[in-house]
Design a protein around this ligand. Structure first.
Ligand code: XBP
Ligand code: MG
Length: 251
């Protein structure tokens, strides 16, 4: 099958948003609400097992044996967190990961359909597009599938199913770009092939079965990327190019 569509995860894949973006924003919202709770870097790594900010807040109460606040209170706290996150992104705190812009441009110029499939809130996604990617990407992405648009978040395949339905494409024509075990599981469960770029939080996750696992997408003028798993035997992996993604779909 030829490559028709690439669906991109956002957090950890387009940019390393979790540690210095989402985590910091949650802590600012806790402080503002008069809560004592703070999520340090390792604690937040554990909490990433649960996708979705509201779900993560609830889980953090439950795992400590505490009764979570009512859903409306969590929603209010999370809305405040989203505001802080938008401000952090607008301040230019989080750059795109290496190779992301290059590969997005290459795929767009080649006429590949591009979309987003993420568990994050639409407002958080929009901030990243506006301030890190560029406003032209609001039109260049054919679908922005985000947040509560589906009831079950990753690792459920629902957000991928939703994005593909909106685009009218089949899973065999689509490739997913992910960074986490939950993201890879969601893509696999939806029947997509998947390229994984790991990060500090996800490097020990299980990516068995993924089509390519690399340190990052890399750049032509930077040192070569680290290849962790290359089951299709792709060559010339100094950096990941569109040609590699096309070859993955042909295997
Ligand atoms: C991202 C998430 C999100 C973000 C926080 O996972 O799990 O919950 O951490 O965003 P993925 P919100 O990269 O697999 O989509 O607070 O807006 O939910
Ligand atoms: Mg992710």
């Amino acid at each position: 099958m030829s490559l028709k569509c690439i669906l991109w995860d956002v957090d950890g894949t387009l940019a390393d948003t979790e540690r210095d973006g989402h985590r910091v924003a949650f802590n600012l919202a806790f402080e503002e609400a008069g809560l004592e709770r703070r999520w340090d870097v390792p604690t937040y790594g554990e909490l990433l097992a649960v996708t979705g900010g509201k779900e993560r807040i609830r889980h953090d109460y439950e795992r400590r044996g505490l009764t979570p606040p009512p859903a409306e209170d969590i929603a209010r706290l999370h809305a405040a967190k989203t505001g802080h996150y938008q401000r952090l992104i607008a301040a230019g705190r989080i750059p795109l990961r290496p190779g992301v812009r290059r590969l997005l441009e290459e795929a767009y110029q080649a006429g590949i359909t591009l979309g987003v499939a993420t568990t994050t809130t639409p407002a958080a996604l929009e901030a990243l597009i506006e301030h890190s990617l560029g406003v032209e990407w609001f039109d260049r992405f054919a679908v922005l599938a985000a947040g509560d648009i589906v009831p079950a978040k990753k690792p459920a395949p629902d957000i991928y199913h939703y994005a593909m339905q909106q685009l009218g494409v089949a899973s065999a024509e689509c490739l997913a770009m992910e960074d986490s075990g939950n993201g890879w599981k969601a893509a696999a469960a939806a029947g997509l092939r998947c390229v994984v770029t790991i990060n500090d939080y996800t490097k020990d996750h299980d990516f068995a079965g993924a089509d390519l696992v690399v340190s990052d997408l890399g750049e032509p003028d930077a040192p070569p990327i680290h290849v962790l798993s290359n089951p299709h035997g792709l060559r010339d992996l100094h950096h990941v190019r569109l040609e590699h993604l096309i070859r993955i779909m042909e295997r």
